[in-house]
Design a binder for this molecule. Structure first.
Ligand SMILES: Nc1nc2c(ncn2[C@@H]2O[C@H](COP(=O)(O)OP(=O)(O)OP(=O)(O)O)[C@@H](O)[C@H]2O)c(=O)[nH]1
Length: 344
């Protein structure tokens, strides 16, 4: 790449907990000989994704090349947050050879892709590809489906059929923006269901877009990077709910942080969180927790009621050992009841 060529940018999108960070981490660990930079956007005040990615300490992506934008939703703050971040990255003396952007799980990716069509951006950068990561289990469980009764009712009332499920809107926008779909978490699906879900996804996208199956986001970086889609030249083929509603305000979703004391029993904590997530229909819980008597901090991750936890790194000297979990769900989440249930 010479100093004048455009830097390719891969946008990784996908609903909350689909496996975006896991996939990017796999890229960082397996890509060879390419200087990467990352921009990570997260919904919720606990910066988990940036931490997880920094912790992999890969030479091709040093810490100063990882930028976190913890500001809720990139799609609404492109000009204020995203552009300065990308300017700073490409101004580095050793400029990155490829940039990966992880959107928040609730972002509609279209406005971000559009920013690459602005003259000052398109002169220097190009969208190499938009990767949509999908939680195959969540799709198979109908997480993103409209309620069929509500749709029938709308038809009966002679209304235009509108999505009654706000998750569906975000999910659909992410698929419609994609150049490649990664159907992740196939370990939680039998082969027949995986192939049915993959077929449904492919037929929901009017362009020819490949759907590849994956576990733990393990896809060869050669498949993900170097698509050369120039998505900024192809905006019209990527319809979005954002086109009709540019001033949308994300009021379909809610998030808050719960601070808890150090735990003595991680298994019991996670079992309790899974129950709370189930009882309150929580979409995502994640954060770091102190375990009494342990020098390592515990990373806790829940998608719906499926939880995982692992010690990720020792607490640093002088680091406040706070146990904070971000809770994300649809609007109307009962924060007080959830706090009480977690504290019980
Ligand atoms: N069973 C299973 N779990 C997975 C797989 N890939 C990722 N996970 C787990 O799913 C959870 C969410 O993964 P992340 O990579 O953090 O998902 P994300 O899309 O970055 O999440 P947000 O940034 O919160 O939207 C973590 O606990 C992962 O370990 C998979 O293929 N199978």
């Amino acid at each position: 790449m010479n100093a004048f060529s455009k830097i390719p940018v891969t946008i990784v999108t996908g609903f909350l907990g689909a496996g975006k960070t896991t996939l990017i981490r796999h890229v960082l660990e397996t890509v060879k000989g390419r200087r990467l930079a990352l921009i990570v956007n997260e919904f919720g005040d606990v910066g988990v994704d940036g931490e997880v990615l920094r912790a992999c300490g890969v030479e091709s992506c040093p810490e100063e090349n990882i930028v976190e934008l913890a500001n809720g939703c990139l799609c609404c703050t492109v000009a204020d947050d995203f552009l300065p971040a990308i300017e700073a990255l490409i101004a580095h003396e050793r400029r990155p050879e490829h940039i990966i952007v992880e959107t928040s799980g609730l972002a509609l990716p279209k406005p971000l892709i559009k920013a690459f069509d602005w003259p000052e951006v398109r002169a220097r950068l190009t969208v190499d590809g938009v990767i949509a990561v999908v939680d195959g289990r969540a799709v198979a469980d109908g997480r993103f489906a409209d309620d069929p009764d509500a749709v029938l009712q709308q038809r009966a009332d002679d209304q235009a059929v509108d999505h009654d499920n706000p998750l569906e809107e975000v999910y659909e926008d992410q698929l419609l923006a994609a150049d490649l779909v990664v159907l992740n978490k196939t370990d939680l699906l039998d082969a027949e269901t995986a192939s049915r879900v993959g077929g449904e996804i492919a037929s929901a996208i009017p362009r020819a877009v490949k759907v590849v199956e994956a576990r733990e986001g393990r896809i060869d970086p050669a498949v993900l990077l170097g698509i050369a889609a120039a998505a900024e030249d192809d905006l019209a083929n990527r319809p979005s709910h954002h086109d009709a509603e540019p001033e949308h305000d994300h009021d379909d979703f809610d998030s808050f942080v719960v601070e808890i004391p150090a735990t003595a029993d991680p298994e019991a904590l996670v079992a309790k969180l899974a129950k709370v997530a189930e009882d309150h229909d929580v979409l995502r819980i994640k954060g770091f927790v102190e375990v009494a008597g342990k020098p390592m901090r515990l990373l806790v991750q829940g998608v719906g009621n499926r939880f995982r936890h692992q010690f990720d790194r020792p607490w640093n000297a002088g680091e406040a050992r706070r146990s904070r979990l971000v809770v994300i769900g649809e609007k109307g989440l009962d924060a007080e009841a959830i706090r009480t249930a977690i504290a019980a």
